[in-house]
Design a binder for this molecule. Structure first.
Ligand code: G3I
Length: 401
């Protein structure tokens, strides 16, 4: 993202410079050429943005035949099949909804287990109240809990939750590496001890790669102070605290066939070769600009399961707009979800799909509608918690098995 902002800045500067040159400079032909060229790019960019933001509305045919959630018994079927279908609640009360009583059998707290939600960075005191309410309620309801996430650079760098650079700036430069190392160890120790026996699997490191590009490690706050060893340190620490835990490395991909996906595979290989205790790989699966096909997804999953690792899709969603060419986009979205789930569950070592929203009424995508214009409607239930085609198709597939 920063790269695009920088490029846009350079572009605007060049445009302004060529306009000024038109008036004050003697080399008018060059300036004129530049002006025409840059204006053309600007026009193309504006048209592209308008095209991707064009209003869209699709008919909800499924509403006429929508089955009430309580008639689906999906979570019972999942349990019998030993499969997991998850969603990320934002609070404990949500677990009392039909969605969790009849559909999902796994949760990943969307935000409650993140650093800034648990720790007051100024006092280094933990408050587990909110997270505990959610985790306790889930366990009571026999719902699996995924822990997300112990170490996530972007949480500081982008979301400032908390701003670790600011916190580190209170210490002399020479002490900062030691301070951040201590914080990393303290956090992993405190959280894993607190949830010992309750949360059995964790995203230990989240999003180690740069979001775009060829798969370089992101120079996030942990990398800047601890070097790339921060990744292995986190895993070794977690393993030392509880050897029974399932430890995941979680990453987002826009497709599974490019250089970045290959770089991630190489990263995992090199960590495993060093003896780093990674048990599983989380493929987030935010399909926000492009749809990875079910076959591409499965092929990438298999690369890791054939190394003896578990794999989960941890933050799945495909924006409705990506199906706008289909006759019935809701149906096409549902078929995509069913197909991904079906093909992945054919693979030994595949251990669950978690959607990154419970229903279409709440979504981080809609919170960022300047980037992800609506309709996003990416989940299995609609805003009124009615079953969308994906849910019915998954239910039918499970029933037939
Ligand atoms: O709860 C406050 C609310 O009171 C306030 O009015 C509002 C104002 O903006 O902010 C609300 O908190 C926001 C929270 O989401 C709930 O909406 C935070 O500012 C915002 O930073 C937070 O964003 C979360 C983000 O991670 C950062 O933690 C998103 O909900 C969450 O969906 C998103 O999830 C991440 C995964 O953890 C990792 N993979 C990518 C994924 C999407 O970004």
């Amino acid at each position: 993202m920063t790269l695009y902002i920088n490029l846009a800045g350079i572009f605007m500067l060049a445009l302004v410079a060529s306009i000024l040159a038109m008036f004050f400079n003697k080399s008018r032909p060059v300036a004129k050429f530049l002006l025409v060229f840059l204006t053309a790019i600007l026009v193309v960019a504006v048209i592209t943005v308008l095209y991707f933001r064009r209003p869209m509305e699709f008919e909800k045919h499924y509403v006429n035949t929508a089955l009430p959630l309580e008639t689906l018994l999906l979570n019972k079927r999942l349990q019998q099949a030993g499969m997991y279908l998850g969603a990320p609640p934002r609070n404990a009360n949500q677990l009392d909804s039909h969605a969790y009583r009849h559909v999902f059998n796994s949760i990943t707290p969307e935000n409650d287990l993140k650093l800034g939600h648990l720790l007051d960075i100024e006092t280094l005191e933990y408050d587990f109240t909110q997270a505990d309410a959610l985790v306790t309620e889930a366990i009571k309801r026999n719902i699996r809990v995924r822990g997300h996430a112990l170490v996530w650079g972007k949480l500081s760098d982008i979301f400032n939750a908390p701003d670790l650079d600011l916190w580190l700036s209170h210490f002399p430069e020479l002490e900062r590496t030691a301070k951040l190392t201590h914080l990393l160890d303290l956090h992993i120790t405190s959280v894993l001890n607190h949830y010992q026996g309750k949360i059995l699997e964790w995203d230990v490191v989240n999003e180690p790669l740069e979001m775009f590009g060829r798969g370089q490690l992101e120079k996030n706050v942990f990398y800047r102070h601890l070097g790339e060893e921060y990744i292995e340190r986190a895993f070794f620490k977690a393993k030392a605290i509880d050897p029974e835990l399932q430890l995941y490395l979680n990453e987002q991909f826009f497709n599974y066939t490019d250089q970045r996906a290959e770089a991630f595979y190489q990263l995992v290989m090199s960590l495993l070769n060093k003896g780093v205790p990674i048990d599983g790989i989380g493929l987030q699966g935010h399909m926000v600009f492009h749809l990875a096909t079910p076959e591409e997804t499965a092929a990438y999953v298999k690369r890791f399961t054939s190394l003896g690792l578990k794999v989960q899709i941890t933050e799945f969603e495909a924006r409705l707009r990506l199906f706008s060419d289909a006759q019935d986009p809701y149906q096409a979205q549902g078929e995509y979800y069913r197909d991904v789930m079906r093909i992945c569950y054919e693979i030994d070592g595949f251990d669950g799909i978690t959607f990154w929203g419970v229903d279409d009424s709440i979504s981080w995508l809609d919170d960022m509608s300047w980037l992800f214009p609506k309709p996003n409607e990416a989940y299995l239930l609609d805003a009124q918690q009615r079953a969308k085609p994906g849910l019915i198709l998954i239910d039918q597939w499970l029933k037939a098995n």
